[in-house]
Ligand binder design. Structure first.
Ligand code: NDP
Length: 297
């Protein structure tokens, strides 16, 4: 039987993920800004629902991809909310980079209605989503993971079960915390090199042939910092949220995390200053400004 899938949240990464699902399954979409859903439906043939309840009515699998767990939780309630439309036996996969505690609450509420939940945040960016090459980090029961696999394989390349509900979100938050730290340390180090007159593009090449290299220096810096392009496929505000989740998670585990605390403070300041629409690499713009230098190739 062809699965009936509902997808809620057609943002920067949700759109390409949902487009893969539309190719293989019977898909209904919902988006807060309806025009985005209409455009998506016209392009992919997916049905467009007017409310979250209508989107999940008759669905066998539901996926959400919203900014934070708060928005997912808020969609549950009300006469047009998800709980009003979900039937027992449905599989609910949350691809939001959310937080473990909220997901455990959401999972418990869904379980009362006979709905199985797994947190399934992704990594790989909008390019990875378009190429169906995302890494998917899953938290939930083993049986739920097995049921989710054929759906997640539509956009995922490496799909791993990491533990109970919340484990996927914890893994994702730690991953993104490391990403954020790499961004900040690159900005500091290269502001210094640029001030000293070291040719920046050459220095990035040297770094990427040396032991300090990272995904940030290999992929993101050449595309965004050296060009000054800041394409905003991933909002700085979302990375700031990921750092907060990572710090909270580590505190909950009794792990002291002075480096991530500081990174969270710096990203919080960057978010306040640059606003909700800034690209995540733009944190480096503030470091450039403080140092009175630009890191361009
Ligand atoms: P965007 O900001 O591009 O899109 C957010 C989506 O959530 C939009 O569909 C938006 O609707 C919807 N939304 C926002 N607020 C609400 C609300 N209160 N109620 C209902 N819907 C709402 O985010 P992304 O697509 O980039 O990110 C989504 C998730 O995926 C985040 O958790 C992010 O951290 C994660 N992620 C993003 C990656 C990326 O490269 N972009 C990579 C990996 C993970 P509307 O159209 O109305 O604004």
């Amino acid at each position: 039987m062809k699965l009936r899938i509902a997808f809620l949240g057609l943002g920067a990464i949700g759109r390409p993920m949902a487009a893969h699902l539309a190719r293989r399954y019977d898909l209904t979409v919902w988006n807060r800004t309806a025009a985005r859903a209409e455009e998506f439906g016209a392009r992919t043939g997916a049905r467009v629902a007017a409310t979250p309840r209508a989107a999940v009515n008759g669905a066998t699998v539901v996926l959400t991809c919203l900014p934070t767990s708060r928005e997912v939780e808020a969609l549950l309630d009300g006469p047009e909310g998800l709980l009003a439309g979900l039937a027992a036996g449905v599989l609910f996969l949350d691809c939001t980079s959310g937080d473990p505690a909220s997901s455990q609450r959401i999972a418990a509420r869904l379980a009362e209605q006979g709905v199985a939940f797994a947190d399934c945040p992704v990594s790989g960016g909008t390019n990875g989503a378009e190429e169906a090459a995302l890494t998917v980090m899953v938290g939930g029961e083993a049986g739920t993971f097995e049921r989710a696999l054929p759906v997640l394989e539509c956009f995922g390349k490496r799909i791993e079960h990491l533990g109970n509900v919340g484990a996927g979100h914890a893994m994702k938050a730690v991953n993104n915390a490391l990403l954020a730290v790499n961004i900040l340390t690159f900005g500091e180090g290269f502001a210094g090199l640029a001030r000293a007159g070291v040719p920046v593009r050459k220095a990035v090449g040297v770094l990427n042939a040396s032991s300090g290299r990272s995904f940030v220096t290999e992929a993101l810096v050449p595309d965004r910092v050296l060009t000054g392009a800041w394409p905003n496929t991933f909002r700085l505000a979302l990375l700031e949220k990921d750092l907060r989740i990572a710090v909270e998670f580590l505190e909950g585990q009794g792990v002291r995390a002075p480096i991530l605390h500081l990174a969270a403070v710096l990203f919080r300041r960057a978010r306040a200053e640059l606003g909700e629409g800034a690209d995540y690499l733009e944190a480096i713009r503030l470091q450039e400004r403080d140092a009175g230098v630009e890191i361009r190739g």
